[in-house]
Structure formats: structure tokens, C-alpha cells
Write a protein that binds this ligand. Structure first.
Ligand code: NAP
Length: 267
């Protein structure tokens, strides 16, 4: 039997991640690096991405980053190709970058909808395509796409965002059926309420400053919704990420992992 520590050992693996400047992407970069993976990260926030890389390389990790606008196929291709050129492999692809959107269907503009589709959905499609181009000849790989708990709990103002994340879940399942025979697993994570910059609009004023009363309300609401009684941290999602790409999940593909404190419990 494989030793437990070995199940989570990613030494020698190369992980390409988007959204590494902040929140779930940053936490996942740290988690995978701690497990031994080399990180090739991208984000539209180049200095934030560089800060993540600096944190990793100031320890014993290896990380390189570059500016990536995930709405541009060429940017996504360049990121994934860099992993192959510089480190010789693409073992893990994490399509993480994304943006929130909270508007009633009646009020969502064409521009907002197109932007959401580009950042939250097309980017994941580009990332999956770029990754499997390397993973199929390699005969192995792990793809993790970030969906959302919004796919389980329809609620006012979440239609446009939820549509993109439901499509990410469907892409994940379908791709899993196409590439399993090549040794590639494809899974998604549907996080619940996670405290990151993404959720800041819930507890900041118009200038972006945190309003303590609103923050307290956010925690109360998250605590009331979740059987575990709290909002999630980015690291809660990074742990799910590590599990899915590890050998502990060797027989897991096409699944939606739900670090959500128990807010929803679909079959
Ligand atoms: P976050 O802290 O805001 O991180 C998202 C990162 O993606 C930011 O660094 C952001 O840069 C970057 N980004 C935005 N547009 C981009 C683009 N076009 N190209 C490249 N990078 C871009 O948010 P997070 O909570 O970690 O979100 C990560 C993922 O989790 C998203 O897909 C989100 O939908 C999903 N999610 C989050 C929650 C939650 O409650 N936090 C719940 C469910 C699902 P800027 O800051 O410069 O825009």
C-alpha cells in the first residue's frame, strides 16, 4: 500500500495555475508548492502574481509567473507552453481566475454578460484545451476547474454568474469522459462562501473600505447558512485542490468537489 505522505507528494510535478495573485489561486499555489510541485502561474494582476511567486521562492519552492489575461487564448496558451518549455511537463492545470456578478436577469447588460462568459467560461475552455495538448502525449495529467456553489442554490442576482459556473461543471464532466483513457483526470471544485477579494463587495463601502458591521453580517449570514457555522477560507478550497490532484484521488474524475461547509448537499 502507498504510504499516506506519498499520496500527497507532488515532487517533480509541474502545476499551471491561473488567478495566482489572490484568494483561491494564491492559496492553491502555496499548497501545491508545499507538496513539492513547481508552479507556473498567471494573473491579470502581474504584481500580485509576482508577490505570490516571491513568497514561494523565498522558501524552498520553485515558481515563475507572468501576466495573463485569461480571456485571450494566446495568453493562456503561452502560460501552458511555458511550463512545457521551461520545466518539460504539464502535470496539473488549475483554471481558477474568475469574477463575481450580482444583478437581476432583467438588469444584466450585454457587455456584462459577454465579459462574464469570457472570464469565467471561455477561459476555462482555453485552459483545458491548452493543457490536454500537452497531457495527451504525456499520457497523464490532472485538470481542476473552479465552478461555484451557485450551481446548487439558485438565488436572485446569481443567474449570469451561475450560468457560467454550471457550464464549467458540464465542461468538466464531459472532458473527463473524453480524456480518461489518456490517464487524465478532470474535476471541478464548487466552493461555498469563501472570504477573498471576490467577496469583498459584500462588506465594503463605495471606496472599497471594509465596513466592520457589514463584515460581521457577512460572517453571521455565512455561519447561519453552513452546518459548519462559518465562512470558508481560501485554504479550505486549496485543500480540496490538493486532494483532487493527489494520488489520494487516483480513481476520482468528472466529479464536483464542494468545500462549502455543508451549505448544499446534492447527491
Ligand atoms: P479573487 O481573490 O478575486 O481572485 C481572482 C483572481 O483572478 C484575481 O487575482 C483577479 O485579478 C484574477 N483575474 C480576474 N480577471 C482575470 C483575467 N481576465 N485574467 C487573469 N486573471 C484574472 O477571487 P477568488 O475568490 O480567489 O476566486 C477564484 C475563483 O473561485 C473564481 O473563479 C470564482 O468564481 C470562484 N469562486 C469564489 C467563491 C468565493 O466566495 N470567493 C465562491 C465560489 C467560486 P483582479 O483582482 O486584478 O481582478
Amino acid at each position: 500500500m502507498t504510504r499516506v505522505q506519498e499520496l500527497f507528494d507532488l515532487s517533480g510535478q509541474v502545476a499551471v495555475l491561473t488567478g495566482v495573485a489572490s484568494g483561491i489561486g494564491k492559496a492553491s499555489a502555496h499548497m501545491l508548492s508545499d507538496a513539492g510541485a513547481t508552479i507556473v502561474g498567471g494573473d491579470i494582476d502581474e504584481s500580485g502574481a509576482q508577490a505570490t511567486a516571491d513568497e514561494i521562492t523565498s522558501g524552498s519552492g520553485t515558481a515563475v509567473v507572468q501576466r495573463v489575461d485569461v480571456t485571450k487564448r494566446a495568453d493562456v496558451d503561452a502560460l501552458v507552453d511555458r511550463a512545457q518549455t521551461e520545466f518539460g511537463r504539464v502535470d496539473i492545470m488549475g483554471n481558477i481566475a474568475g469574477i463575481p456578478h450580482n444583478k437581476m436577469v432583467a438588469d444584466c447588460t450585454d457587455e456584462e454578460f459577454e465579459r462574464l462568459l469570457a472570464i469565467n467560461l471561455k477561459s476555462v475552455f482555453y485552459g483545458c484545451q491548452a493543457a490536454i495538448r500537452h497531457m495527451i502525449p504525456q499520457g497523464s495529467g490532472n485538470i481542476v476547474n473552479i465552478s461555484s456553489g451557485a450551481i446548487d442554490t439558485p438565488a436572485p442576482t446569481l443567474a449570469c454568474y451561475g450560468m457560467t459556473k454550471a457550464a464549467v461543471a458540464m465542461l468538466t464532466k464531459t472532458l473527463a469522459t473524453e480524456v480518461g483513457r489518456h490517464g487524465i483526470r478532470v474535476n471541478a471544485i464548487a466552493p461555498g462562501m469563501i472570504l477573498t477579494n471576490f467577496s469583498r463587495h459584500n462588506f465594503t463601502d463605495a471606496d472599497g473600505n471594509v465596513v466592520p458591521e457589514k463584515l460581521e453580517q457577512y460572517h453571521k449570514r455565512a455561519g447561519a447558512m453552513a452546518p459548519l457555522g462559518r465562512a470558508g477560507e481560501a485554504e479550505d478550497v486549496a485543500r480540496s485542490f490538493l486532494y483532487l490532484v493527489s494520488e489520494a484521488a487516483a480513481f476520482v474524475t468528472g466529479q464536483i468537489e464542494r468545500p462549502n461547509g455543508g451549505v448544499s448537499m446534492p447527491w
